[in-house]
Design a protein around this ligand. Structure first.
Ligand SMILES: *[C@@H]1O[C@H](CO)[C@@H](O)[C@H](O)[C@H]1NC(C)=O
Ligand SMILES: CC(=O)N[C@H]1CO[C@H](CO)[C@@H](O)[C@@H]1O
Length: 197
């Protein structure tokens, strides 16, 4: 009994360590995604307003993502962030794939530039856009099943670095409609950021 609990805790810590996501007991919950997603309207820059807490990101501020389509038609995400501890800016490029049909908002993202010791490099992480109005907010969900556990991550992205309360309320509405716990969200520090970040 105690051994099972202990190994469960160790496994949970392992998931958190490897994937920087919040581990939950139980499988990924059902989520409602967009069925008429328009990639072109989603392109460009998004600022991270809030995200699920994860140990690996705690020191990141001024987080933004720029979605672009290359000449070959491939979708790329360029993440930028500044370490709150060191002030060092970093950029990470991810490859985006569509998980199913063209008009589905179920995307997959892989960051080939992540250090090899980071296991996430081996998998395509689900990156589901639950809802966006393309102009103000986007709510993104990621969940992966690991047997009895699932690891979960969520983000609120906004077009403005300092979104209005009205915009945030719309994003919270999406979160509530999908029964996502708000308890794990932390606000991303977007103050005193370098101009291009
Ligand atoms: C996003 O990336 C594209 C392609 O690299 C670049 O042309 C554009 O200026 C970037 N947008 C922002 C807001 O950084
Ligand atoms: C609620 C809100 O702030 N909506 C804005 C979304 O973005 C468009 C385009 O920038 C604005 O016109 C809306 O006012």
């Amino acid at each position: 009994m105690h051994a099972a609990l202990a190994s469960g805790l160790i496994f949970t810590a392992f998931l958190h360590f490897c994937f920087g996501q919040v581990p939950f007991l139980g499988p990924c919950p059902e989520m409602h995604t967009m069925s008429d997603f328009e990639t072109n309207k989603y392109l460009g820059k998004w600022y991270e307003a809030e995200r699920y807490f994860s140990v690996f990101e705690f020191a990141g501020k001024c987080v933004s993502a720029n979605y672009t389509v290359g000449e070959d038609g491939r979708l790329t995400i360029t993440n930028k962030q500044t370490s709150s501890l060191t002030g060092i800016q970093s950029t990470m490029e991810g490859e985006v794939r569509l998980e199913e049909r063209m008009d589905s908002s179920k995307l997959n993202v892989r960051f080939p530039s992540l250090p090899v010791w980071h296991l996430a490099v081996l998998i395509d992480a689900p990156y589901w856009i639950l809802e966006t109005d393309y102009e103000n907010y986007s709510v993104v969900w990621s969940c992966t099943n690991f047997g009895l556990f699932s690891t979960r991550n969520a983000w609120i992205l906004t077009r403005a670095r300092y979104p209005t309360l009205e915009v945030m309320e719309q994003a919270y509405g999406v979160i509530d409609r999908n029964a996502i716990s708000r308890a794990y969200f932390i606000r991303t520090d977007q103050n005193n950021c370098p101009e291009k970040y």
